[in-house]
Design a protein around this ligand. Sequence first.
Ligand code: SAM
Length: 291
Amino acid sequence: MPERTFVVEGARFTAPAAAPGLHIVATPIGNLGDITLRALRTLAGVDAVAAEDTRHTGRLLAHFEIEAHLLRYDEHGAAAQRPKILARLEAGGSVALVSDAGTPLISDPGYRLVGEARDAGHAVHVVPGPSAPVAALSVSGLPTDAFLFAGFLPPKQGARRTRIGELAAVPATLVFFEAPHRLGETLADLAAELGARHGAVARELTKRFETVERGTLDALAAQFAQGEVKGEIVILVGPPGRAAAMDEGEVDALLAAALARLPASAAAADVAKATGLNRRDLYRRALELKG
Ligand code: SAM
C-alpha cells in the first residue's frame, strides 16, 4: 500500500484514506498552483487513480510527490477499462478519475463510467476545480448570465458551418474549444454565419503566455487569418442581438426603414450591426424588398 502523503512547497502532508466510490477530480489547466487541497488529499488518499494518459498524470503526481496506483481510462480503451474500475468499486475500493487537464468529462472521457457507477449504486464524489470553458468565460468580458458550451466544432468546413448555423439563435454566449491550426478558418466561419457579434479568443489561460483578445467576429477573423498561432484556445461568441427573438416581418420592417435612407448594402450592414443577423442574408433580402 503506497504512503498516503503529498508535498506542497516542501511541506509533507498526510491524506486520510478516501471514501469508497468514484472521485471525479479536476486538475490544473496549466498552472500547477491551481490544484486544490481536496484534489491533493483525494489523489493521495484513493486506492487507484484512473487517468486518460498515465504518463502525463504521473508527472502531475510526481510534482506533489504522490505515490499512486495508476490505471488507464482513455477514449479508445474505455469499454474494456470500465469493468475493471467498476469491479474495484464493487469491492469497496476508491478510485479517482482525472483527465490530462481541467475537469474530467468536459470534452474528456468519463460520462459512461459515471453513469454506470451510479446505476450500480456506487458513490460518485466530485472534487471540483479548474475548467477551461469557465475560466475563459470569466475573463472574456462577454455576458455570463447564460452560456452554451459547445465543445469542439467539426473539423470539416461544411459540417462546421452547419453546426454554427444550428447554434446561431441560441440566446447565450457560445463557448468553443479549438485547435490552434484551425483558429483562423473557424473564426472566419463564425463571422460569416453569425454576423456582427462580439467575441473573444482566450489562449494559454493560467500559463506564461496567457492572452485574451476581444473584438467583433470579423475583426478577430482578420486578426487570426494569418500567421501561426500556438497554444490551447477557447473561442467565445457573445449572444445574438435582438435577432433571435425577431420574426421575418420585423426584420423586413427594419430593412425597409434602413432602405429609405441608405443603399441596399449599407442598409444590410446597418441592420446586421443592430441585430446580429447575417449581413449577406440581409443584403439578399434588401434586394428582394427593393425589387
Ligand atoms: N476537460 C478540460 C477542461 O475542463 O478544461 C478540457 C479538455 S479538452 C480535450 C482540451 C481543450 O481545452 C484544449 O484543446 C483547449 O481548447 C482547451 N484548453 C485546455 N487548457 C486550456 C488553457 N490553459 N487555455 C485555453 N484553453 C485551454
